[in-house]
Ligand binder design. Structure first.
Ligand code: SDX
Length: 436
């Protein structure tokens, strides 16, 4: 980031205040208002932070108008085509693609850390049977600190905790599914890749061994790469904000999982399938749902459509569409929901309501179809998103705690409540002892 020679002037109460402009490496420009309140008494108000930068970052670049997404400068299309998820995670977290030696070491760490403490099984068994996997995952990740206490040396703490969490999140996710189904827990295998090991832990069984199909492993690799980071989205902002209080990594990530659970965010992939099934159960007529989505009096939204940043097709959704077709072909399967999704997309993208608002399919529109083809249960879809996003959350958390300018996040507000009011005890005659 460089300070731009220009400044911007604010005229307030007859005075002119100059504020510096800062420019990012891709030309994005912002007003640096860190001295605004101290010099003018003013604050800014930007509900939803649509116009507010919370930090500078070197991790991910997005251009919403041009549909560009790059991790550490590398276009998402190139990583999805040729990188492994492990390499992509290393790139995001440590800033460069791993050397062969680094990749071997990183793989060894992920293998060594893949089992979880046996006593964690007792936690799983005490969740109610219909507990949502995202609530379980958020709790279990937070509980990791209890099982793996902080190391005295701060650098070593990070060197161990990062690969440990990256590895264990798969095991925890698969365990929550197996135990909720009353199945035996399947342990990770040291000989399998990151993605293949997850599928093994989810679906293997002594009765009917799970056949690891290369097409399914490759589809999962691509999907997790596409989800790995997305600059300052809602859940990443939660990780940074909670992390700014200097909590441990597990607690900060647990807050990210909780934020991602929301249907407007990572929970949308589950909501998309619910919507597509609703359309199918209503005879497959997409028009009714499109009409509802356009009706401002109806809270229904076209799930998987629209985005705060992308005002064109989400580049990840474009890749996801191809993943769905290849996966269904490889598995020799048809999914009526894919046909409905494509019909819905075609109808919406020819409708002025969506065109005029730049509403296009986002990453969540197609991922559910791919997860269904893999046999992942619908309520696990947001968990799949969380596993994919974990490298990004970790990278953003690391960047924030190492930023010399980073401090406790504490936004201001504009108060609109009642003026000063005197306290009046409740009407006399009440026996206050009884009601205090
Ligand atoms: C993710 O931030 C990220 O990077 C997130 C993410 C990531 O990788 O981390 O990309 C992952 O969360 C993707 C988004 C998943 N959510 C959904 O698919 C839920 C459906 N989408 C909408 O809820 C909505 O599009 C949001 C929440 C995603 C974005 O909403 P904004 O930016 O707050 O936009 P808005 O609500 O101000 O909408 C502007 C207009 C409004 O209409 P008008 O007031 O102009 O009449 O567009 C309409 C909205 O009603 N609109 C929609 C719509 N999305 C916006 N109308 C119908 N269906 C929709 N999906």
């Amino acid at each position: 980031m460089k300070n731009s020679p220009q400044t911007i002037q604010l005229l307030w109460k007859g005075q002119c205040f100059d504020f510096p402009l800062v420019q990012g490496s891709e030309g994005e420009t912002a007003i640096d208002i860190k001295t605004l309140r101290q010099r003018t008494g003013l604050i800014t108000l930007d509900q939803g932070y649509a116009n507010t930068g919370s930090c500078t970052s070197s991790i991910t670049f997005m251009d919403g108008e041009r549909g560009i997404l790059r991790y550490r400068g590398i276009p998402i299309q190139e990583l999805a085509r040729g990188a492994s998820f492990k390499e992509t995670a290393f790139l995001l977290i440590y800033g460069t693609l791993p050397t062969p030696g680094e990749l071997v070491r990183f793989s060894e760490q992920l293998t060594d850390y893949s089992p979880v403490h046996e006593n964690m099984r007792l936690f799983f068994q005490n969740f109610p049977p219909n507990a949502h996997p995202m609530g379980i995952l958020s709790s279990m990740v937070n509980s990791l600190r209890s099982f793996y206490p902080e190391l005295a040396n701060a650098d070593e703490e990070i060197q161990v905790t990062v690969p440990r969490l990256l590895s264990k999140i798969r095991t925890l996710a698969a365990m929550s599914y197996r135990i909720s189904m009353g199945y035996q827990v399947v342990y990770p295998r040291p000989d399998l890749s990151y993605c293949a090991n997850f599928l093994h832990m989810m679906f293997d069984s002594t009765v009917k061994p799970y056949e690891l199909k290369e097409e399914v492993v490759q589809a999962l690799r691509t999907i997790w790469i596409l989800h790995a980071d997305h600059e300052q989205n809602c859940s990443t902002s939660a990780v940074r904000l909670v992390g700014s209080a200097r909590v441990n990594l597990y607690a900060a990530i647990s807050s990210g999982i909780t934020a991602l659970w929301g249907p407007l965010h990572g929970g949308a992939n589950q909501a998309v399938i619910d919507m597509l099934e609703g359309i199918r159960n209503n005879g497959g007529n997409v028009d009714t749902f499109v009409k509802r989505a356009k009706d401002r009096t109806d809270p229904f939204r076209l799930m998987g459509f629209g985005h705060r940043v992308y005002k064109t097709y989400d580049p990840r959704a474009r890749i996801m569409k191809g993943v769905c077709h290849r996966l269904l072909q490889a598995l020799d399967r048809e999914d009526p929901l894919l046909d409905i999704a494509q019909e819905l997309e075609k109808t919406a993208l020819s409708d002025d309501y969506f065109i005029s608002r730049n509403l296009y399919p986002n990453i969540d529109f197609y991922t559910g179809i791919a997860f269904r083809a893999m046999g992942i249960p619908t309520n696990m879809f947001p968990v799949m998103f969380a596993i994919g996003r974990l490298p990004g959350w970790i990278a953003q958390w690391l960047e924030s705690i190492k930023d010399p300018h980073w401090k406790l996040n504490r936004p201001r507000q504009i108060y609109v409540g009642p003026g000063k009011t005197m306290y009046r005890p409740p009407t006399k005659g009440l026996d206050m002892e009884q009601y205090s």
